[in-house]
Design a protein. Structure first.
Ligand code: CDP
Length: 784
């Protein structure tokens, strides 16, 4: 009998990840591991130019090469009304270019051949004649009078402007600024970077000529949503489309959008009648799939003479690339608005955002982020540190003075979002104590007197994850609920199927643990399946740390549904009234007689063998969970840096990370998530950059130029935690996957700016490479 004391995998237990048994043995099933009978391979021909009119495409030599089955162009796609497709933001995007190319790396044609190498050789034989046009590579360039019109095919589009959005209250914000003692301004650029998952994107499309059913294996974080988009684009009935997302080697938002390669491979399989595989190489992934950030932001913070924050004003220009393909809900605008005021009780705010087309790759995905909250967190945390420095206040004290107080929750922010719970001073105190802040501050002063360049940076971020309540959140109109279907077999083992899709986050372990907690079945007895639209219940997928807040809640709720049925069966078996039964994890017993009990396994067997009169057989159910609100995890990160004056090299001496994600299902997995996020934050702060020359050539198209941190560069992390449960989540859990990527870049950069502040240096945009630091020190007269 499973008893509460010996139950394996309850919430809070750091059990080992079930999925690692196959990953560590090299037995995972990633897309490129699949080989279907008769399978063909596809290679995509991409534009070398950022902006050019297509005069002609000659595919004759490529088509004549041995092993080539077909060469697909935009013209052929247009005959099937598939040359353009809708984006997740309601714009249109070229599948294969017909008129112009609008970014370097854009899809122009595709070769389908017997092998990958034949396809790639033939691709090189395609000849395209272009008329090269001037390129636009920044929002400033896009808004210049006389700038080339990028989207000239769009009816009514007269310039490169996409949208203007506003949030907050302009009048009250203006009034607060008018009476401010001090206004601190920060202009900063959050540069374009890339999620760069270990596994690139790809698919195998297999359209069965006899049944008409399209089975598409795809590296998708959101298989159901993709199925619906495919049904809408192709007109195929939804039950004739099966998306299977197998094991995925990292997504981070990169695998949310629909990419042209998916559409072309599916069309090719339909036309040819054989499976078609397409897998990107690294450069294709970096130059053509969903980038992140690329926000130019200006923030003004108004403060009174006592250091109380009065108001915040923000304007941003967003560089969206050639097609507006951000993955974002339609009802609210930039996710930046949600937490732009951060962890601070700022009475009023006004935010404006303008989006622009440029000749750069589309797809501003929220890289390990909820709809651009990373940019918001970076801006407010950088601004607050700059304000503290300018006002001559201690960074930590200034934050504490202005924190939303624990008793103010639920707290409605100046932009109208309701933070569910938080205890910011506590997380800050744990971090400062771990760091030994007071002593360190004195040490910094001592070292500075000796000529050292050293500093401490703090970021007390608030995050918002778990999209979301369906009333506010949707993708192309689909409400952002999520689902769990639980089936308990007669032997008391179970199968849990989810609408979300792990890309390495450990769902097979943590969701099983939720069932363990709710039903008392050991975690190893619960198999978790995700990613097959023919078997999984409909869900919106995994991104934006929404799995635990939404699908985790659905798992708890479906388990509770089953427990209610189990109560009826237990009452029948124990010949007692339902209300006389008491639940303790794993069994029902008769109140006052703990020995008169039935375990969940005994009840499961009875569900198929010995039921009370009139009760339906089986022990299974499904729950679709539409959360009442988002969850708001938070934390304080603190970084100590030393800077080499001669080279500008920044060394992170210490990094303390205190996170609060409410109740932790599996603390080890949570810690792993935070480690990963802190590493990515470190890379973004110091190393990663995709940039473009004035002709729109992408610089940063491979891992020689686009620098990712390895274990060598990455600092050691000192972890801490506080636990403030979410009041509306059935388990009190909040999401955590993205927190460290959202919160840490500002902490790293704040440390650098603190170190440089004695020299009057107030900002260096990321990535903070030695070249920029050295140049700033030299300008300040510190370095020769
Ligand atoms: O949506 P995604 O899976 O990326 O993010 P998440 O919900 O933050 O979960 C990431 C991983 O951490 C999952 O395995 C979660 O179940 C686990 N987690 C946890 O154990 N406890 C929490 N409070 C939050 C997440």
């Amino acid at each position: 009998m499973a008893t509460a004391t010996h139950l394996h995998g309850r919430i809070g237990e750091s059990i080992k990840r079930k999925e690692d048994a196959r990953f560590l043995r090299g037995k995972g099933n990633y897309l490129d591991d699949f080989v279907l009978p008769n399978m063909l391979h596809m290679a995509i021909f991409r534009s070398p130019h950022a902006h050019a009119r297509i005069k002609s495409i000659d595919t004759s030599a490529a088509g004549a090469m041995p092993g080539v089955i077909a060469v697909v162009t935009g013209e052929l796609m247009a005959q099937h009304k598939l040359a353009w497709m809708p984006t997740l933001s309601g714009d249109t995007q070229a599948v294969l270019a017909t008129d112009k190319v609008r970014f370097q790396g854009q899809e122009v044609a595709a070769v389908i051949a017997e092998t990958k190498y034949l396809a790639e050789d033939a691709r090189d034989a395609i000849i395209v004649d272009y008329e090269v046009l001037p390129a636009v590579t920044s929002p400033d360039g896009a808004k210049t009078a006389g700038a080339p019109l990028i989207r000239d095919e769009k009816e009514g589009q007269k310039d490169n402007h996409i949208y203007h959005w506003e949030s907050g209250n302009q009048a009250t914000t203006q009034a607060a600024f008018a009476k401010a003692h001090k206004v601190v301004r920060l202009h900063t650029f959050y540069p374009r970077c890339h999620p760069a998952p270990l596994e690139t994107c790809g698919c195998i499309a297999d359209v069965n000529g006899a049944t008409g059913k399209a089975t598409i294996y795809m590296t998708s974080q959101a298989p159901h949503a993709i199925r619906t988009v495919f049904a809408l684009v192709t007109g195929l009935p939804e039950q004739q489309i099966r998306i299977i997302s197998p094991d995925i080697g990292g997504g981070f938002g990169n695998k949310v959008p629909v990419y042209p390669g998916y559409v072309v491979a599916t069309a090719a399989s339909l036309l040819i009648g054989r499976p078609v595989k397409w897998v990107e190489d690294r450069t294709e992934n970096l130059i053509s799939t969903g980038f992140a950030r690329d926000y130019h932001m200006t923030g003004d913070l108004a403060v009174d003479e006592k250091g109380k924050m009065l108001a915040l004003r923000v304007h941003l220009d967003s560089d969206n690339g050639a097609f507006f393909a951000d993955a974002q809900p339609s009802k609210f605008k930039a996710g930046l608005f949600h937490i732009v005021t951060g962890s601070y009780d700022i009475p009023t705010a006004h935010v404006t955002a303008d989006g622009y087309y440029t000749n750069k790759a589309p797809g501003g995905v929220a890289y390990r982020c909820s709809f651009r909250v990373t940019e918001a967190s970076y801006l407010i945390e950088r601004l607050v540190t700059n304000a503290a420095i300018e006002l001559g206040l201690d960074q930590a004290e200034f934050r504490k003075q202005n924190f939303i107080k624990p008793e103010q929750f639920p707290y409605t922010s100046a932009t109208g979002w309701v933070y569910d719970s938080g205890d910011y001073p506590k997380a800050m105190d744990v971090a400062l104590e771990k760091l030994g802040y007071a002593e360190l501050r004195k040490d910094v002063e001592r070292r500075r007197k000796q000529g050292e360049v050293t500093g401490i940076g703090i970021a007390s971020f608030t995050e918002v994850v778990g999209a979301g309540h369906g009333a506010e959140f949707d993708i192309l109109g689909l409400r952002m609920f999520d689902s769990a279907e639980l089936r308990i077999h007669p032997t008391g083992k179970g199968l849990l199927r989810m609408g979300v899709k792990s890309q390495g986050q450990g769902h097979e372990t943590t969701f099983a643990q939720i069932v363990t907690e709710e039903l008392g079945i050991p975690a190893n007895d619960i198999a978790v399946e995700e990613g097959d639209t023919d078997t999984a219940p409909y869900g919106l997928g995994t991104y934006a740390s929404r799995s635990t807040p939404v699908a985790g809640a659905a798992t708890a709720m479906v388990s509770r549904k089953l427990r209610e049925k189990a109560r009826k069966i237990a009452a029948h078996l124990l010949e007692a009234a339902e209300e006389d039964l008491e639940w303790e994890v794993g069994r029902f017993y008769v109140k006052g007689s703990p020995d008169r009990a039935k375990t969940i396994q005994e009840i499961a067997f009875a569900a198929y063998t010995n039921l009370p009169e009139g009760l339906e057989a089986g022990l299974e159910g499904v729950h679709y969970y539409d959360p009442p609100n988002m969850t708001y995890p938070f934390g304080t990160y603190a970084v100590v840096v030393d800077i080499d004056k001669g080279t500008g090299q920044v060394k992170v001496r210490r990094m303390v990370a205190v996170d609060d994600c409410g109740v932790r299902i599996n603390p080890m997995i949570v810690e792993g998530q935070i480690h990963g996020g802190l590493t990515e934050g470190f890379g973004i702060a110091f190393m990663e950059l995709i940039t473009f020359d004035s002709d729109g050539n992408c610089i940063g198209s491979n891992f020689m130029d686009y620098l990712l941190p390895t274990a060598w560069e990455t600092p050691r992390f000192e972890m801490g935690e506080t636990v403030t449960p979410s009041p509306h989540h059935p388990l009190g859990a909040k999401g955590v996957g993205e927190s460290a990527t959202v919160g840490s870049p500002a902490a790293y950069v704040n440390a650098v700016i603190d170190a440089l502040s004695p020299y009057g240096i107030t900002n260096i945009d990321m990535p903070v490479g030695p070249d920029k630091v050295w140049a700033a020190l030299r300008k300040a007269g510190v370095t020769e």
